[in-house]
Design a protein around this ligand. Structure first.
Ligand code: ADP
Length: 564
């Protein structure tokens, strides 16, 4: 066969530094605003940010950090963290963002596994660093993101970030790096076993930033003032720190105060048009808005993902506050963006209920992400919106193996996400569960997420989690665990009656448990493993009805009618 004709275009490697260089040159005066740990509001521009990122690169090189080595961060969303995103990666080192909400033992494991040379930390984490330092002997130095006057009182000897930067000129020329070299490292939260590292490349991150910016994706623009609530230590804040300089969007960083009032006040003061975060933080913001009778004067859109956005939350944002919700799905192993719920022209002509039903799903794959659902036998399942299957993905910003782990997680070149989903004829993904959270009743799957979404639509319910509970006849049946809104009352029977007509009969929860609070992971997701342990001995009333000699029937065939 004749070889294909070579193209004649410049071979410019995709490097992350080019995104900040672009912003500094073409959106040089656009602001980056941060609520600082020091307590004040800090403002500067993309031009300033690039100069300081260069000073950081120079400082790290002076400390003998070599390309390919890892530099950790333990920091909130703020301008110095953004400088680390570009200053560390810009000369070829790897920016390793660490989730400070994990247990100290997990963090020590991660720092040692990543073999971080230096760790930059916000001074709020001084005590954590004192606890970590003796367990992390290979870290050459801990750098406090502060000036000399704000260094915390610590056992561990630390360097001052501002002093290090002050000794440098900021005239560094970003080198041209191999686009396949590593740029960022993020660990999954390790709900099962040790955390695992996803090592991104410059190429994967730049492509991801372009994809994130597309109109039917996150759609950032130079006209936006963007407040990422999603932390920069959680999968690179979903790529916003890269997509914002790419598009020239103004950035507003909330620092450590993520309560409803602090977020609302910053959004109003900085005329924020765009935000992004997990459902849990929006619960706090919406509760504040309701209690204070507050209204948004500038917020137009928010991306919600990380766990399923309850339709009730979507409706509140849209109907009561006029804020468009963009439901998104992704994961650490995917940088993280996979799908977003946005309608095409034809879908936007459908009746309101049909439009809403689509927008409540996790949406369509962005170009670059290929997805499929497969059954237990590994065969593709139809995109009919009914068949549930294991979701597999592939694409240029999906990992092909974990950092420093033997073997590949891929199955025939596809990454198994561990999520269970349906895909409908519109190509819209609907995540029904993590595979480990699925409720298997008589061999049939019940979606815990769907049952949670119904519970939180009840006005008395603040939060809900649905877990599998042992059942002598059906093996597992759903138990819904509920936190009520302050001052609200609700009985088991009232909540069960609320499900009538909203789900098929055999999906009805068998019982309701009321608790004061639900356990969450370090990234704000429901910790169902913990909840299942807590309710391990819970006896469902239906289990008693089933009678002592009822056999275990794990394999009731579909449509057997056995589920009534
Ligand atoms: P971690 O494993 O650290 O919690 P990730 O953010 O990588 O972090 O978690 C990815 C998982 O979160 C997905 O595989 C999926 O189970 C869940 N998830 C993310 N977005 C959504 C969403 N919109 N709806 C339902 N589940 C989601």
């Amino acid at each position: 066969m004749t070889p294909p004709l070579s193209g004649q275009m410049m071979d410019v490697p995709l490097n992350l530094s080019s995104l900040l260089a672009h912003a500094a040159r073409h959106h040089g005066d656009t602001e980056i605003v941060s609520r600082r740990i020091e307590g004040d509001i800090h403002r500067y521009t993309y031009k300033d940010c690039e100069r300081r990122a260069k000073q950081l690169a120079e400082a790290l090189i002076a400390l003998r950090v070599a390309p390919g080595e890892r530099v950790g961060t333990l920091a909130w969303n703020g301008y110095r963290h953004l400088e680390a995103y570009f200053g560390v990666t810009g000369f070829g080192a790897v920016c390793h963002t660490i989730n400070p909400r994990l247990f100290p033992e997990q963090i020590a494991f991660i720092v040692n596994h990543a073999d971080d040379r230096y760790v930059l930390f916000d001074t709020t984490f001084a005590a954590l660093v004192d606890a970590l330092a003796p367990q992390c002997p290979n870290v050459l130095g801990w750098i406090a993101l502060a000036d000399d006057g704000h260094l915390p009182d610590m056992r561990t000897p630390v360097l001052s970030y501002e002093t290090l930067l002050g000794a440098q000129r900021g005239e560094f020329d970003w080198p041209v790096l191999d686009e396949r070299s590593a740029s960022n490292l993020c660990y999954t939260s390790g709900t099962t076993g040790h955390p695992k590292g996803a090592l991104y490349t410059h190429r994967s991150q730049v492509l991801h930033a372009y994809a994130a910016s597309l109109p039917d994706s996150m759609a950032l623009s130079a006209r936006d003032s963007v407040l990422p609530v999603v932390p920069m230590f959680h999968v690179n804040a979903w790529g916003i720190p890269h997509a914002a300089p790419l598009t020239g969007a103004k950035l507003v960083f909330p620092g450590k105060d993520l309560d409803g009032r602090s977020l609302y006040e910053l959004m109003e003061a900085e005329r924020v048009t765009y935000s992004a975060g997990v459902p849990t933080v929006w619960l706090g913001l919406l509760a504040y808005m309701r209690d204070a009778g507050a209204r948004f004067s500038s917020l137009q859109r928010t991306v919600i993902g990380g766990s399923a956005c309850p339709p009730a939350m979507q409706r509140t944002f849209e109907d009561e506050y006029g804020v468009q919700v963009i439901h998104a799905w992704g994961m650490t192993e995917m940088s993280p963006l996979g799908t977003l719920a946005k309608l095409n022209w034809e879908q936007s002509q459908r009746p309101p209920d049909a439009r809403r039903a689509l927008l409540e799903k996790q949406g369509r794959a962005i170009c670059g992400v290929d997805m499929k659902i497969v059954g237990d036998d590994g065969r593709d399942l139809p995109w009919d919106g009914v068949a549930f299957g294991d979701l597999h993905v592939r694409g240029p910003w999906v990992i092909d193996r974990y950092f420093r782990q033997d073997g590949t997680p891929l199955v025939d070149g596809w990454f198994p996400t561990g999520d269970v989903a349906t895909i409908d004829p519109d190509g819209f993904l609907h995540i029904t569960d993590r595979s480990k959270d699925v409720i298997k009743s008589g061999g049939e799957w019940i979606s815990s997420i769907d049952l949670e979404n119904i519970a939180v639509a009840h006005p008395a319910v603040a939060e809900a989690a649905c877990i599998a509970c042992a059942h002598p006849r059906w093996t597992e049946r759903p138990l819904i665990v509920v936190v009520l809104r302050p001052g609200a009352t609700l009985t088991r029977e009232e909540l069960l009656a609320f499900y009538e007509g909203k789900v098929v009969k055999w999906w009805m929860p068998d019982d309701v448990a009321f608790v004061d609070a639900l356990p969450h992971t370090a990234t704000g997701k429901l910790q169902k493993l913990k909840l299942r342990e807590q309710f391990r001995h819970h006896v469902l009333p239906t289990a008693l009805d089933a009678g002592p000699d009822c056999p275990l029937t794990a394999d009731v065939p579909r449509d057997s009618g056995a589920h009534g």
